[in-house]
Design a protein around this ligand. Structure first.
Ligand SMILES: [Zn+2]
Length: 316
C-alpha cells in the first residue's frame, strides 16, 4: 500500500507539466503511460525509438496510434511486448474512457503486434490483412524465441501472440461513431500482409511499415510490389501520413519521397549487378552505399534488403 502510494507520487511528479501523463490517475499506478502526441483532432500517435529490440526499450520501437470516435476507440499497432501494450493502453485511458472496440495490426512484424495481449480483456475485434494469420502461424515460434532473447525475461514477461479475429479481404469500413476508418488490404510490398488505415475525418493515412522515415526501410515482401504500390498510395488525397517508423506524422505524399528514392536505387543497382553476373554477396556488400548517410540503422538492414531484392530480381 505504502509502496503503491510512493509509486503514485513518483508518477505524479513525472507527469507534472505533461497533460497526458498528469491525467493518468485512473490507470493502474504501476504502468507508466506512453507519451503520445495528438497529431489531429482525436488522433494520437506514440513515436517509437529508432532502434532494434533491447531489454531497455522493451520493444518500444514502432509508432503506435489510436483514434477516438463518438462511441469507441480504435488502436493501430500495439508495440513489441505486453509491457509496451499495457503502457499504450494506459495512454489511451489517460485521455478517454470510451470502449476499445478495435485493435488493428498493420502487418506481422513483432514490434507492431506483440502488445496485442494487453488489450485482450477489452474484447476488441483484432483486425488484420487476410494473409496475416497464416504469416504469423508460420513464424510464431521463431518470433517468440527471438523476442524472448532480444528483450530478456523481464521485458518479455506476459507476451503471447494474438492473431486476428477479423480479417480484411479487400476493404473494410469500421465505424467509431461519427468517424469511419477505411481499412485496405494491400498487395505484397513491405510484407505480404500490409494493411493501411485512412481516417477521412482528418485526412490521416496510417501506413504502418509501407512508410519508413529516417529509419531505413526493411524489405520483407517484394521490392517490385512495394514500388508499384507507392505509385498508387501517392494518389490518395490524404493531408498527412503516419509512418511505421519515423516522426508521428508528416505531409503526404512528400513523406515517402526519400524511401521511393532508396528503393529505386537498390533495384537499379541490383539489376545492374545481376546483368554483370555478380554474386549476391558482392551485391550485399556494395549496393545502396550512396544512401548510407540518409538513414538511421543502415548497417542493420541494408545488406538484408539488397539480398532480398537480389533473390527477387534475378528471376525477372
Ligand atoms: Zn516495424
Amino acid at each position: 500500500m505504502l509502496f503503491g502510494a510512493i509509486l503514485g507520487l513518483a508518477l505524479l511528479a513525472l507527469g507534472a507539466g505533461n497533460p497526458v501523463l498528469r491525467a493518468s490517475a485512473q490507470t493502474s499506478p504501476s504502468v507508466t503511460p506512453l507519451e503520445v502526441t495528438e497529431i489531429a483532432p482525436g488522433v494520437f500517435v506514440h513515436q517509437g525509438a529508432y532502434a532494434v529490440f533491447t531489454p531497455s526499450n522493451r520493444g518500444d520501437i514502432a509508432n503506435l496510434s489510436f483514434v477516438i470516435g463518438r462511441d469507441a476507440v480504435a488502436v493501430i499497432d500495439t508495440g513489441g511486448s505486453a509491457a509496451i501494450g499495457q503502457a499504450l493502453r494506459a495512454a489511451i485511458r489517460a485521455v478517454t474512457d470510451k470502449p476499445i472496440r478495435y485493435v488493428i495490426n498493420t502487418h506481422m512484424h513483432p514490434d507492431h503486434l506483440f502488445g496485442n495481449v494487453a488489450f485482450a480483456d477489452d474484447r476488441p475485434d483484432f483486425i488484420g490483412h487476410h494473409k496475416l494469420a497464416r504469416a504469423l502461424a508460420t513464424r510464431a515460434e521463431r518470433y517468440l524465441a527471438i523476442n524472448a532473447e532480444l528483450l530478456g525475461p523481464e521485458a518479455f514477461a506476459g507476451t503471447r501472440l494474438i492473431p486476428p479475429t477479423r480479417v480484411v479481404q479487400d476493404r473494410l469500413v469500421i465505424d467509431l461513431g461519427e468517424r469511419e476508418l477505411m481499412l485496405e488490404a494491400q498487395p505484397t510490398a513491405h510484407t505480404d500482409n500490409d494493411l493501411t488505415v485512412h481516417d477521412s475525418t482528418t485526412g490521416t493515412l496510417f501506413l504502418g511499415d509501407l512508410l519508413f522515415m529516417r529509419h531505413i526501410p526493411a524489405l520483407d515482401g517484394s521490392i517490385r510490389g512495394w514500388m508499384e504500390l507507392i505509385n498508387r498510395l501517392e494518389q490518395i488525397p490524404a493531408r498527412r501520413a503516419v509512418p511505421g517508423h519515423g516522426p508521428p506524422s508528416a505531409a503526404w505524399p512528400e513523406a515517402i519521397q526519400p524511401q521511393k528514392l532508396y528503393l529505386q536505387r537498390i533495384s537499379t543497382e541490383v539489376r545492374r549487378m545481376i546483368k554483370q553476373g555478380r554474386s549476391i554477396a558482392e551485391a550485399a556488400a556494395t549496393v545502396g552505399l550512396s544512401e548510407k548517410d540518409a538513414w538511421l540503422l543502415f548497417d542493420e538492414f541494408n545488406a538484408r534488403n539488397v539480398t532480398a531484392a537480389f533473390a527477387e530480381l534475378e528471376w525477372e
